[in-house]
Ligand binder design. Structure first.
Ligand code: ADP
Ligand code: MG
Length: 274
């Protein structure tokens, strides 16, 4: 039997923020593995540490301890100089479609920027690749010369996805990439992500606070609460028979369409004991 090593292996990860009252531990001993081309979801109520985890994984934050092994290299403590060549391999799509794109740039410039950083020095080649990426995420070529303000939230997320794909990463971390969008637009973006995965074999780490997203797009799920892992397993199993009461409450939130839209799972949890 050959055991292929995982694309990403996270072990005992701890991330702290300095505060006036001393360090605050936002991620506490979290661990999981993600195989090449696989898709894993991290779910949990608002404030449980999902974005902190995501930012540590792409090394926008430096963890206090633990390992983040990307294709055999532990990047948890790597200095920036040694991190740089690995950065293009893990990209992130952010939650806020309005704040995450530079309003002064055209869609083409936004998508071409990572190509420039990756050393594609020929301007025409960058423009060609940007046009290809814009097409790949389902936007018309007329989008190329427009600015973020000209697009809807869903279209902006498509531009954010195109930008993230530009460096041909092995892993895309989507931090609630669809949660600011209307339900029908969410479904379109999720379907785009699924198609892109089928085309490119990219792996996903999808962060969500409701379980609908998870069911659509991930085979494995990690449930987080207050910085810790409360449950982990195959998505189908966890959804069918959640072992932890917290996961059951998250699942109830996912089944109730009103809870899905506005309510934070924390509120659902508070009401769940009755
Ligand atoms: P989530 O993405 O699950 O909503 P976050 O990772 O954003 O959660 O936040 C986890 C916890 O860390 C929260 O309690 C939040 O208030 C705290 N936190 C986030 N950023 C900072 C920061 N820069 N300084 C101090 N505490 C922070
Ligand atoms: Mg968050």
């Amino acid at each position: 039997m050959t055991e292929e090593h995982p694309l990403l292996s996270v072990e005992d990860l701890v991330v702290e923020y300095p505060t006036a009252h001393g360090p605050f531990r936002a991620v506490d001993q979290v661990g999981f593995q993600l195989r090449r081309g696989g898709s894993l979801a991290v779910v949990g109520e608002s404030g449980c540490g999902k974005s902190t985890l995501a930012r540590a994984l792409v090394r926008l934050l430096k963890p206090l301890s633990g390992r983040i092994v990307l294709d055999g290299t532990d990047i948890a403590a790597l200095p920036e100089r040694r991190l740089r060549p690995l950065r293009r391999r893990v990209q992130m799509v952010f939650q806020d479609p309005y704040g995450s794109l530079d309003p002064h740039l055209t869609a083409q410039q936004i998508v071409a920027e990572p190509l420039r950083l990756a050393g594609v020095s020929d301007r025409t080649e960058r423009a060609r690749r940007a046009a290809e990426l814009i097409d790949q995420v389902g936007l018309p070529s007329s989008a190329l010369h427009r600015h973020p303000a000209d697009f809807s939230g869903g279209q902006r997320q498509r531009i954010g996805i195109a930008r993230a794909l530009a460096s041909r990463p092995d892993l895309l971390v989507c931090d609630e990439a669809t949660s600011a969008l209307d339900v029908s637009v969410q479904a379109q973006v999720l379907s785009l992500l699924r198609d892109l995965q089928a085309e490119t074999g990219i792996a996903y780490l999808v962060i969500a606070h409701h379980l609908g997203v998870v069911r659509e797009i991930s085979t494995e799920v990690v449930v987080m609460r207050a910085g810790r892992t409360v449950e982990t397993g195959r998505t189908a199993d966890v959804l069918a028979a959640p072992a932890d009461p917290y996961t059951r409450a998250l699942r109830r939130a996912a089944l109730d369409p009103t809870a899905m839209r506005g309510l934070k799972p924390r509120h659902v949890l508070e009401g769940s004991s009755s």
